[in-house]
Design a protein around this ligand. Structure first.
Ligand code: KG4
Ligand code: ZN
Length: 340
């Protein structure tokens, strides 16, 4: 084995075909992302079958590019880390099959990685001082979780959404106000021109849990507001709707997250997932963490949305613990965190 531990990482759980080479867990040697966003924009969301086909077309190319940009060959790799769930089954299978084929052909060990563990681990890349334990808010297109990161690879979910994920709410509201797909970045941008207090949308509380989220009521409130405007013949101020909706999401996420941080007693808090790149959410959390004397960690936007570098980092910590996957590794679309 080399002195350095080199991981080739592969991610294909949704609409990005990605490969990366990561050294010693936190040094990204390459991070190649082939995004399919423009393709799915036509349909207003990810079409799983199209995503699978596009992953097949791109996977070998991104793996080759990741290795050549990093200046390494396959023979230099100590392990191949691949996302095996959760996500869309067809897209996941493309990455898992590619990783298994390389592992079979070369004998390089295979490490299956949980996609959410990858998102959380994105924080380790730019924050070399960050070590567990800490609380992490994971907010993506498919997930909204408050996670207690007890150690590397040891997680407890302490809060989750009861219905829509935060990113899903962004995407659905963006579609309703005519901003298109993907909604998160478009709402983020439109909201900068709007008044966050223009329209009062509900901040949902989940009765029996201080940490769980619910976003479907907020989404319905926005749709009702839009219908009301249409019936009254009023023009909709898109920027105000975007800003007011975003404010409601940000407030709920911030309150729940800080409550969990306070309860845990940890003085470290991180965010992860596509929605973690939202500028209003980052600003609100930064301000609140400063008030409470909590160290706030967040990845650069490119490491918040799906990428393979984060899978390489998560894979590294699994690999050094001795975790190995067999060639029977399968895609698990609804893989739970903690089952890694
Ligand atoms: O983590 P991610 O790339 O994929 C999943 O694992 O789901 O997250 C994608 C989600 C999408 O719903 C997208 O609209 C949202 O992240 N997103 C944002 C922003 N950038 C991406 N949401 C709010 N503000 C943003 N700036
Ligand atoms: Zn993701």
């Amino acid at each position: 084995m080399n002195e350095d531990v080199l991981i080739l990482a592969i991610e294909s759980s949704c609409d990005e075909t990605a490969a990366a080479v990561v050294k010693n867990g936190r040094e990204v040697c390459s991070n190649i992302i082939a995004s399919q966003i423009s393709l799915h924009t036509l349909y207003g969301g990810v079409v799983p079958e199209i995503a699978s086909r596009k992953h097949i077309e791109k996977i070998n190319q991104v793996i080759e590019e990741a290795l050549s940009e990093a200046g390494y060959g396959l023979k230099d790799m100590d392990a191949i880390a691949v996302t095996y769930g959760p996500g869309l089954v067809g897209p996941l299978l493309v990455g898992v099959s590619a990783a298994k084929a390389i592992s079979f052909a070369t004998g390089i060990p295979l490490v299956g990685v949980h996609h959410i563990e990858g998102h959380i681990s994105a924080n380790y890349i730019e924050n070399k001082d960050l070590e567990p334990p800490f609380i992490c808010l994971v907010v993506s297109g498919g997930h909204s979780h408050l996670v207690e990161v007890k150690d590397y690879g040891e997680y407890e979910i302490i809060g989750r959404t009861r219905d829509d994920a935060a990113g899903e709410a962004f995407d659905k509201v963006a579609r309703a106000i005519g901003l298109g797909y993907p909604g998160g970045p478009k709402i983020d941008k439109a909201a900068r021109e709007g008044n966050p207090n223009a329209i009062h949308f509900p901040r949902a509380k989940v009765e029996d849990s201080a940490y769980d989220f619910s976003f479907s009521g907020l989404k319905s409130a926005v749709l009702n507001y839009l219908n009301g405007c249409q019936m009254k013949g009023e023009t909709v101020n898109t920027a105000d709707v975007a800003a007011s909706f975003q404010q409601a999401v940000v407030e709920v996420l911030t309150e729940h997250a800080l409550c969990a941080v306070r309860q845990s007693g940890y003085k470290k808090f991180a965010i992860a997932g596509g929605v973690a790149s939202n500028s209003a959410l980052r600003a609100a959390l930064k301000a609140r963490c400063e008030e409470e004397g909590v160290q706030f960690y967040y990845p650069s936007p490119i490491l918040c949305t799906d990428n393979a570098a984060m899978i390489g980092t998560a894979g590294y910590y699994e690999f050094i613990k001795g975790v190995r996957s067999g060639l029977d590794l399968n895609a698990v679309p609804n893989l739970k965190l903690g089952e890694v």
